[in-house]
Each structure stands twice: as C-alpha cells, then as structure tokens.
Write a protein that binds this ligand. Structure first.
Ligand code: KMH
Ligand code: ZN
Length: 309
C-alpha cells in the first residue's frame, strides 16, 4: 500500500508581510488558531515562526513563541516544528533561542549559505502598513542567508544531540543534498531523514518538473533508503508542485509562509484552506494522509511529552 502523505503547514514564516495579505497570522492568538485549524484540517506537522504582535515583524523572541506554543499543544495533536532559519537578518544565536527554550520534537535545519532574495516582492505594493516591511525585503538584496558548516554542526549538537530534536532538512538545491549526505556518511545523523525540497526561492533551485525530479534523483543516489522527502514551492504554483511531489512518492508542505494564494490571483483566507485543498486533491488521487501520531512514528520523533512547554 502507498505510504500515507504527511502534510506540514508553515503558518506564518518571515517572508511575507502584513501589507501583502490581511490573512497572514501575526499575533500569538492568530498563530495558535491558524496552527490548530491547520492541524484539524489534516496537517500532521506545524512549522512555526513568530512575529512581533504589534508590528508583525518576524521575531525570534522565545517569549513570543511561548505565547502560542502551549495552546497549540493543548488544542491539537500536531507535531511542533520550530524554525531555526528565522530570517536572513537574524544572528544564529537569535535564530536558535526559541528552539533551545521550547525543545520541540522537530526543528528546521537549512543546509547551506545562499542568496535568499525576497526583494522582488517590493515591486508589488506602493503603500506599506509598516516601514520595516520594504526595508526587510530590500535587505535581502545584499544580505545572504547564512548557514555555514559550523552553524549546521551547532544545530546538530545543541538541538539534535543535546535536546533530542529531529530535523526538517531544508534543501534549496542539489548541493544542499550533497552536504546532508556528507553529514550522514560522517555519522552525524541517524535515519530516517526528513528532507524538504524547497523550490522557487530566488537564489535556490527554480520550480519546474525537471528541478523537482533532479532533486529526487540526487537524493535517491546520495541518501538511498535513509530519507523521505516533502515538497514546498514558493509562490502561486505551490499546489501543482506539491501534487507532483506526492505522485513521485513525497509528502507536502502547505503554507502562508511561502504562498499567500489558494488559486491564481486569489488570496487564501487561511492556512487551513490550503491544507483542505491539498487534502482533497491527494485523496481524490487515491492517497491517504498521515495523522500526527503516524508522522511521529515514521520520523522517529521523541514524543510531545518530551518538550519544554
Ligand atoms: N521559508 C522557507 C523557504 C526555515 O524556517 O528554517 C524555508 C524555511 C526556512 O522555512
Ligand atoms: Zn520557515
């Protein structure tokens, strides 16, 4: 029988800004509700960033995270996955603080330093709700997203070895899969590895069938049976690429983090709306979705009782 599909939902992220969509979760209450609704709609894993409740600016303050994490744990079964990517403008110490505080079952881990250009989004708007919004977007023209080998090893040690987190490995190009394979072969990591193929970020691999297939071919060659993958595509085509990912044996990530729409030119009114849609699509194609417990089992997670919130 085909493997069940794990749906991850990344509810807010640090790419989009409040001017771009009134539906982007900003406050702790928004982020908690969005996560719980996405879980009830079928998401087994919730990938989390925080925002400053007053300005909507991406925040790495552990106290902002602690205002929504306990409610998410209380009101749904989903696996909590805390970003260690934060945003390109944060230091590594800032990026790690929330996960070190909360000790979640999963964390993201970005597999290489790269350009991460979100500045093109600036052209789409004339007026901004907050002055930080165009400044943050423009800053990505000159500031790289830093993930050195040393940064990666710090995350392995502090969150993996010392706190038992397992990772969503964010791979934006084939070189990142090579790096992941190197760490696997050097004995830093134990399978199963959960690899996110991230397509469509300016600076990473583009979103196309050929790109997706080359990522899978590289991962099959380098990681063999030690991994499973999920597909995330930034922008308006996320449903199509996610569906293609499922058909070639993967899982999916939905989100307002990387895609604000539900269809061409139409804003999604919630993360749950996107989760419901991909669920309908994959179920129509004859697949079933994995529960949070099934995802925990498959990804060898430490369990929701072993977290610090
Ligand atoms: N925003 C995505 C392109 C992270 O949080 O560590 C990748 C991401 C990174 O989710
Ligand atoms: Zn993220």
């Amino acid at each position: 029988m085909a493997q069940k599909i794990i749906i991850t939902c990344a509810v807010t992220g640090s790419i989009h800004t409040p001017t771009m969509s009134p539906y982007l979760p900003v406050t702790p209450a928004d982020i908690a509700s969005a996560s719980i609704e996405a879980s009830h709609a079928g998401a087994a894993i919730i990938h989390l960033h925080a925002r400053d409740p007053d300005t909507g600016k991406p925040s790495a303050d552990p106290e902002h995270f602690m205002q929504f994490l306990p409610r998410i744990k209380e009101e749904c079964e989903a696996v909590v996955n805390i970003s260690t990517g934060g945003s390109s403008l944060m230091s590594l110490d800032e990026r790690l603080a929330p996960a070190l505080r909360a000790e979640p079952e999963m964390c993201s881990l970005n597999m290489g330093t790269m350009n991460f250009g979100i500045f093109p989004l600036k052209q789409r708007f004339d007026k901004w709700q907050h002055e930080w919004e165009p400044r943050l977007l423009e800053a990505t023209r000159s500031i790289p997203f830093r993930n050195t080998f040393n940064d990666i090893e710090t995350i392995f040690k502090q969150l993996g070895q010392e706190r038992g987190a397992r990772f969503e490995f964010e791979c934006y190009d084939i070189g990142h899969i090579e790096t992941l394979a190197w760490y696997l072969n050097e004995g830093w990591l134990q399978p199963p590895l959960y690899v996110q193929f991230v397509m469509g970020v300016l600076g990473g691999i583009g979103a196309s069938p050929e790109s997706l297939y080359s990522m899978k071919a590289a991962a099959d060659r380098l990681l063999g049976k030690n991994y499973e993958f999920s597909v995330l595509a930034a922008g308006g085509m996320q449903m199509r690429w996610a569906t293609m990912g499922v058909v070639i044996g993967g899982n999916v990530r939905m989100e307002l983090e990387n895609s604000l729409t539900i269809g061409p030119g139409q804003l999604a009114v919630s993360n749950a709306e996107q989760v419901e849609k991909i669920r309908r699509v994959v179920e129509e194609l004859g697949y079933t979705i994995a529960s949070a417990e099934e995802a925990r089992d498959r990804l060898a997670l430490k369990g929701r009782e072993n977290q610090s919130f």
